[in-house]
Design a protein around this ligand. Structure first.
Ligand SMILES: Nc1ncnc2c1ncn2[C@@H]1O[C@H](COP(=O)(O)OP(=O)(O)O)[C@@H](O)[C@H]1O
Ligand SMILES: [Mg+2]
Length: 343
């Protein structure tokens, strides 16, 4: 009795990790759990190997050190006392993200990933997005959407490191052909004039990008459709059969048709220090692909003016995700654009 009350008190004092582990005991294997230094991964003590596998394709674990609170620092270990038999999900690792209202539980024994949402709205959006895209893009098999408990169960991909980035990138670009075709045939396209994309006046750099457009360019129309919105290497998993699975569709929104392609290229340069895709783009290796994309929308892609498309992309990136934090990445973007003569 006293032990139980003590346990309860302890549980209350332990903070976010412990709370999440206790709340999800029904999905976790019994045992002692630890939390990694950055506070993003809680894992079963003897599955340290797993947390490393996961970390290998994740940017934030390697770079962003989160300062843990004092209680978390002291109590890096805790015990799950609940004994539930016949669990369908035997999770061994929980992945937490600070910004989002969700977390993931990984079951490496039965190969399940459970994504749990704390609010219904994000669950609903994610569900809708996954159902929409799975017709066009390869993604992990979805086993279950639980509307009541707001979770999604999908296949756990035993992914390996992508060595040949170029080939796999090309493969991804091909999936967009039939998707764009669908958008066109179902009137899911918006043709937007650059003059309608005029950015706010907060940052001189972004303003200058817009001002650098010629009169013709300002009148140019760009096809916008719903896109992934966060396509980069960490969101592409290479499975055991060397097939690709695209994950993380939650930033999906209406963007120019080259947005995903350029997001991937930009992140390769700035986050993965890999210049090869950008060089290929600038050398014209993707002219054919872009030309095909544009043709689907009955427009002409101007391969002589690659800078124009990239500048539009940067303006859209600013509008979607850098609006309130541009001072943090301004220098990186400016240097990137200058170094690669994209201005
Ligand atoms: N179905 C899956 N199979 C294997 N690993 C996965 C799966 N879904 C996600 N992951 C792992 O979890 C990480 C984070 O998942 P993700 O959906 O991209 O969320 P975030 O928005 O935090 O990036 C991925 O980079 C990958 O390492
Ligand atoms: Mg991701």
């Amino acid at each position: 009795m006293i032990r139980d009350s003590l346990k309860l008190l302890l549980r209350m004092a332990l903070g976010r990790y412990n709370k999440i582990v206790y709340q999800n005991a029904e999905f976790l294997r019994n045992g002692v759990y630890k939390v990694n230094k950055t506070g993003t991964i809680v894992y079963l003590e003897d599955r340290y190997d797993i947390s490393n596998i996961l970390a290998s394709n994740m940017f934030d674990i390697k770079y962003n050190k989160v300062n843990l609170g004092i209680t978390e620092r002291i109590l890096k270990k805790f015990f799950i006392p609940l004994q539930t038999d016949n669990k369908r999900i035997q999770g061994e690792l929980v992945l937490l993200t600070s910004s989002k209202q969700e977390y993931k539980i990984f079951d490496y024994t039965n190969n399940y990933v459970l994504t749990v949402f704390s609010d219904y709205e994000s669950f609903k959006n994610r569900k809708e997005s996954m159902i929409y895209y799975k017709r066009f893009f390869p993604m992990p098999t979805i086993y279950n959407f639980n509307d009541k408990k707001r979770y999604i169960i999908e296949e756990l991909v035993k992914f390996k490191k992508i060595e040949n980035t170029r080939n796999n990138f090309k493969k991804i670009l091909y999936y967009y052909f039939s998707y764009f075709q669908y958008c066109k045939e179902n009137n899911q396209v918006e043709y937007i004039k650059i003059s309608n994309l005029k950015p706010d006046r907060r940052y001189r750099f972004i303003e200058k990008l817009y001002e650098s457009f010629s009169r013709d360019e300002v009148n140019c129309e760009v096809p916008f459709v719903r896109m992934h919105g966060d396509l980069w290497k960490s969101n592409v998993l290479l499975d055991e059969n060397l097939d690709l699975k695209i994950i993380d569709w939650e930033r999906s929104a209406v963007f120019p048709v080259f947005y995903d392609m350029f997001t991937f290229i930009l992140n390769e340069v700035t986050l993965n220090k890999n210049q090869e895709l950008l060089d290929e783009f600038l050398n014209g290796s993707y002219d054919d692909v872009l030309d095909e994309y544009y043709k689907i929308f009955n427009l002409q892609y101007d391969k002589e003016n690659k800078k124009f498309y990239f500048k539009v992309f940067i303006m859209m990136m600013y509008r979607d995700r850098w609006t309130d934090c541009f001072e943090k990445c301004e220098k990186t973007i400016k240097d990137f654009m200058e170094c690669n003569r994209l201005l």
